[in-house]
Design a protein around this ligand. Sequence first.
Ligand code: PLP
Length: 362
Amino acid sequence: MIRERHLFGPGPSNPYPEATRALAEPLLGHLDPEFLRIMDETCDMLRTVWGTDNARTLPLSATGSAGMEAAFVNTVHPGDVVVVAVNGLFGQRMTDVAARCGAEVVAVEHDWGHPVDVDRVLSAHPSPAIIAAVHAETSTGVRSDIAALGAGKGDALLLTDAVTSIGGIELRADAWGVDIGYAGTQKCLGVAPGLAPFTINDRAFERRVEKPRSWYLDLGMLGGYVGEAGVKGGQRTYHHTAPTAMVASLHGGLTRILDEGLEAVWARHQEAGDTLQAGLQEMGLELFAAEGSRLPELTTVKVPEGVDSAAVRTQLLDRHGIEIGAGAGAYAASVWRIGLMGRNARPDAVLLVLAALQDVLD
Ligand code: PLP
């Protein structure tokens, strides 16, 4: 029997009970009318959390990284210039994925812990096909201004990673000019890992690669999987076997979020993050992410001089059943990452992690 954990790392987070309960319901076939209703409703609710009217909004059957692959493999034509804002690990990953799709990548490097410099990104190339940026950099705990990139993108397509922002902080894909977006279920949506909520507008879809190198992630073929061209109630065609239990679980998590109210959920994340960050600083700890751009749902903390970062994480897990994350990349041993995402964005979780950290550091 596995002991219950408090998943206060960079994800997965503890799922909402509605998402967990859905996994215990009878399994449905992937063409069962009841499942098709659940899929339709899930796509509708995803449109709400994305802040989009895009017909082509669906949960891809794989994790967030597959969302990233789908975004690039469907939109990068060989030799296209793709400007990527790199301010952490996931921006870096984008450069790799875009290059594998045949892009001429222009990477705009930033110091980790800082938000994307919009002017530098927009002036990096005179006519890029795509500008790509991560909204919430999970590796550093930093939020970037996607709306400003959208306002200045010109003819380029704006491709956005919303893995750690969706369901946690303000996200308005249409209003901000996001043409292609991908996300994950395991962070602020409060569902287990396994699906990649994805959205693409007509502008980007019309410019897509006719026959992308990936069969599984070919958005042209996936349209029929969620109904004709992604339109609700459209004709279903078999593409792959939908992970019906996971979609039902996502349906449960999204229902919970929308019942609470999306803006109320954002406010709950903000309050939890603010309280945690204030509490950590009161303990004498220093935050890593630049002030003014800190994510509430993912806090990065500098490991104090002389403290063994891995030993602290082990003790938190062994003594308190709490998982927090190590830092990413070069900051693996010098930064901790504390996530309060989805169900965990609550005052009692803040108190718990602060008290446990104090106990282990004493
Ligand atoms: N992008 C960001 C910002 C992430 O935080 C993650 C995962 O942590 C990913 C992409 C990749 O998602 P996954 O690990 O679900 O494949």
